[in-house]
Design a protein around this ligand. Sequence first.
Ligand SMILES: [Ca+2]
Ligand SMILES: [Ca+2]
Ligand SMILES: [Ca+2]
Length: 156
Amino acid sequence: MKKQTTIKSSILTAAVVTGLFTSAVMAMTPVQLTDADGDGVISAQEIADARDAKKAETLAQFDADGNGELSRDERRSMKDARYESMLSQFDADGDGELSKEEKGAAKDARRASTDAMLDVNGDGELSAEETAGIEQAKDERGDRKKGKRGGKRDSK
Ligand SMILES: [Ca+2]
Ligand SMILES: [Ca+2]
Ligand SMILES: [Ca+2]
């Protein structure tokens, strides 16, 4: 019984963490996180690698003219494709649109899958170690953004 409450509260914490994380990552597709070096946690590096892999995959899929960037049209077709795949999974009533509830379900599913990936040892709890990497990845992302802005000002 004690365990149940622990799981609930840690999932809640994780929801906050991954909520920020996933909104920062491109749109709706969850990044596949793997403990590549097998040390029992998903490190910030492993998250960065997963993001790069995802990016490359997205490019390979939607960079129609192969110039290494996604144009506005290519981006649009990427979004359409994602929406289609969301529909196929979460359009529960089959009306061809995602209602607020269906979007909510999609969000929950994504969150749960991220939580499951972070829970490397599969004990149903997210320990501080297991969420440290994603926290760090988030911080680094923020720092990089700040750095970019500073750099621009310097190069004036
Ligand atoms: Ca690892
Ligand atoms: Ca629907
Ligand atoms: Ca765990």
